[in-house]
Design a protein around this ligand. Structure first.
Ligand code: NAP
Ligand code: MG
Length: 398
């Protein structure tokens, strides 16, 4: 069999610990035998990040702007323990944070639906994708404890020195206060990312805020989404047979619970934080989630939603057997390969991505899976495989 050719490289961001081990196994067993893999390789493993003073992370993000498609392995975000463990020069920033700051995007997370790993919500037949705005609101808030009687105001000082004031509250006793903000530019790019992703995946978009109560703050989110939709997306949505639906956040929650799934739920930062954990746990496992960062320029960075699975890595180092679920990392690769195929008009490459995903799902549905899934599956007598056996079982089907 001739290997599938690639015309443009994918940006490959290698990572840390157990996921770095899985990364190599996936390449060896599932990719290299079938594809003339064309990647521009960046080692985001902590040692090399430290060696390059984290320049490699910045370079990998800039390469993503150049080539449009990246696939990223999970990486360690160093804390004090890691600084000691790896004798780091500095407590380097989160690579995901650095990459997001350069690409400026929205993170989309969707469960990978498999028969035998059933959602707790029985009417959910299709995945629900959470699109989380990753800037501002309470995550960039400033807060005060008010000790007693006094007045709190919001003050905007314009460049010419003129002031606009708005009373928050006249306190007669102790209390608390919080100020937060967002930026029209950031909300606009959030909206565009959601609408582009919807066209890409042919799914409806739901968006919700509390604009009836927050008549300026939340209402601005609602208005910006509506303006951008009408100006640039209404026709394309009609053509694609999909819709944009806005409602209040409490109404959205009620509708989500009663829905069949199969749409993108755009969430403000805090709503996305809370709701994505609800959706992922209700669908089964973090290792069964896809995650992709989409920039407003149409750059795509695919990753797994989980971390480097440190506890399994230490077992692996001791020579003990591990049973680490590689599905999310495999789907990061297939996401990137399919997107590369689409952008380059390389149908064979996109078709390969579909086949690899199907082989992965078929393997689990045939009862062969890693331990984390074997513990929760409704399939009778599942076979719990180790990390490498699972990948080899997929290779056999592929
Ligand atoms: P984690 O790696 O997601 O693992 C937490 C636990 O979840 C594991 O110990 C394991 O449970 C289970 N788990 C997660 N992924 C699994 C998989 N693929 N297969 C089987 N079980 C899985 O989170 P963490 O231990 O809190 O973080 C470890 C490192 O990852 C940290 O240094 C953190 O900075 C980094 N991190 C990176 C990213 C990223 O790059 N996207 C995201 C989050 C965290 P059991 O031990 O019970 O089997
Ligand atoms: Mg959270």
């Amino acid at each position: 069999m001739d290997k599938i050719k690639m015309t443009t490289p994918i940006v490959e961001m290698d990572g840390d610990e157990m996921t770095r081990i899985l990364w190599q196994m996936i390449k060896d067993h599932l990719l290299l035998p079938f594809i003339d893999l064309n990647t521009e390789y960046y080692d985001l493993g902590l040692e090399y990040r430290d060696k390059t003073n984290d320049q490699v992370t910045v370079d990998s993000a800039n390469a993503t702007k150049k080539y449009k498609v990246a696939v990223k392995c999970a990486t360690i975000t160093p804390n004090a323990d890691r600084v000691k463990e790896y004798s780091l020069k500095e407590m380097w920033k989160s690579p995901n944070g650095t990459i997001r700051a350069i690409l400026d995007g929205t993170v989309f997370r969707a469960p990978i639906v498999v028969k035998g790993i059933e959602p707790c919500v029985m009417n959910w037949k299709k995945p629900i994708t959470i699109a989380r705005h990753a800037y501002g609101d309470v995550y960039k808030g400033s807060e005060m404890k008010i000790p007693g009687t006094g007045k709190v105001e919001l003050v905007y000082t314009a460049e010419d020195g003129s002031e606009t004031r708005e009373l928050v509250h006249s306190f007669n006793g102790p209390g608390i206060v919080q100020g937060m903000h967002n930026l029209n530019d950031s909300i606009e790019s959030f909206a565009r990312s959601c609408f582009n992703y919807a066209l890409d995946t042919r799914q409806d978009v739901w968006f919700a805020t509390k604009d009836t109560i927050s008549k300026k703050y939340d209402h601005t989110f609602k208005d910006i989404f509506q303006e951008i939709f009408e100006a640039d997306y209404a026709d394309k949505f009609k053509e694609a047979g999909i819709t944009y639906f806005y409602t209040l956040i409490d109404d959205a929650v009620a509708r989500v619970m009663k829905s069949e799934g199969g749409y993108i739920w755009a969430c403000k930062n805090y709503d996305g934080d809370v709701m994505s954990d609800m959706i992922s746990s209700a669908f089964g496992s973090l290792a069964m989630m896809t995650s992709v960062l989409v920039s407003p320029d149409g750059d795509y960075e695919y990753e797994a939603a989980h971390g480097t699975v440190q506890r399994h890595y230490y077992k692996h180092l001791k020579g003990e057997e591990t049973s680490t679920n590689s599905v999310a990392t495999i789907f990061a690769w297939t996401g990137a390969l399919r997107k590369r195929g689409e952008l380059d008009g390389n149908a064979e490459l996109a078709a390969f991505a579909d086949k690899l995903e199907k082989a992965t799902i078929d393997t689990i549905e045939a009862g062969e899976m890693t331990k984390d899934l074997a513990l929760i599956t409704t399939i009778p007598n599942p076979t719990a495989l180790n990390s490498e056996e699972f990948i080899k079982a997929i290779a056999k089907r592929l």
